[in-house]
Write a protein that binds this ligand. Structure first.
Ligand code: MG
Length: 306
């Protein structure tokens, strides 16, 4: 161990780059399909091996990603890189399979309020909707990431009880999801509560190697929470290039952890990711030009003056 490392951390971390989907979905600017394709290819050039590319939800619901099929058709998908696509239901899965998608994600909620607001159905009804999607995707050999939002707090319900999150998470995992991404959708988590949920999930039988964390930096806690999760054995961390989707100047700010900020920490700790911070930063500066606004990433600003 060298002087810049800490004990109890993984030697390598997989970053799930969510900028093209979770990020752009939450930006007010509409980005042309050609720019999206270039973004995903630049992210792969920077060394990303998991790039959440787009969403096959109804275009009326997410106009920012209405060109999902065009993006997937134009994208030159490389061996060794996974390009997960968000799929809401069986119809979305059929479209994904037609487009040669090999990894999908489904999006569930730990709270009834957000399930109703975001999915238009109860938590139980949404899990019933996902069950055949996950089963059919697994039969087809696809990787299936299950997102669980509002794991630590909900804007209407406040603090979400651990037992509630664990119950929904284990059901989602039980459907056959190959990975579970725990979302701090409103960014209220703090490290002790992160550890408590991870320990509870492991005690409930979910392997730590199947758990990813998705932190938002709304209250400046995303990196502290990430470090706590890594110390518990998590090796997959979601982040968004340039903090896409977390514009501090927009009312819809969701505060996705910026990949540059995450990389600064992981590089500093000597944890391998395969992602080149300089190339990534160049990409985020380039994209900020298309969005017409500066990036909220502290590391990006420090590195580039952007
Ligand atoms: Mg997010």
């Amino acid at each position: 161990m060298t002087a810049d490392q800490l004990p109890g951390l993984p030697s390598a971390v997989t970053i799930c780059e969510v900028g093209p989907r979770d990020g752009l979905q939450n930006e007010s600017a509409l980005v042309p399909a050609a720019v999206k394709v270039e973004l995903v290819e630049r992210l792969a050039d920077a060394g990303h091996t998991v790039i959440e590319t787009t969403s096959l939800v109804h275009p009326d619901r997410v106009p920012q990603l209405a060109d999902a099929e065009e993006v997937l058709r134009r994208l030159d998908r490389r061996p060794g890189v996974r390009y997960p696509v968000l799929v809401p239901n069986q119809r979305g899965l059929a479209r994904a399979l037609d487009l040669g998608v090999t990894d999908i994600a489904v999006f569930a909620s730990a709270t009834e309020s957000f399930a109703r607001a975001n999915l238009g159905r109860s938590v139980g009804e949404s899990l019933e909707m996902f069950a055949p999607v996950v089963a059919r995707a697994r039969e087809a050999g696809l990787g299936v990431r299950g997102y669980l939002s509002m794991c630590w707090g909900d804007p209407e319900e406040g603090v979400v009880p651990l037992s509630r999150v664990i119950a929904v998470a284990t059901r989602l995992f039980g459907l056959g999801c190959t990975e579970l991404s725990l979302g701090d959708t409103i960014g209220v988590a703090t490290p002790g509560r992160v550890v408590a949920l991870l320990d509870g999930l492991v005690a409930a039988g979910v392997p730590i190697g199947r758990i990813a964390v998705h932190f938002h930096d709304t209250y400046g806690q995303a990196l502290a929470n990430t470090l706590a999760a890594l110390q518990r054995g998590v090796t997959t961390v979601d982040a968004s290039a340039g903090g896409l989707g977390g514009c501090p100047f927009a009312n819809s700010a969701t505060g996705n952890l910026a990949t540059e900020d995450l990389l600064w920490q992981l590089d500093g700790l000597g944890i391998h990711t395969g992602v080149d911070l300089t190339k990534l930063a160049e990409t985020s500066v380039w994209l900020a030009g298309h969005l017409g606004r500066p990036s909220p990433s502290r590391a990006l600003r420090a590195l580039t003056g952007a």
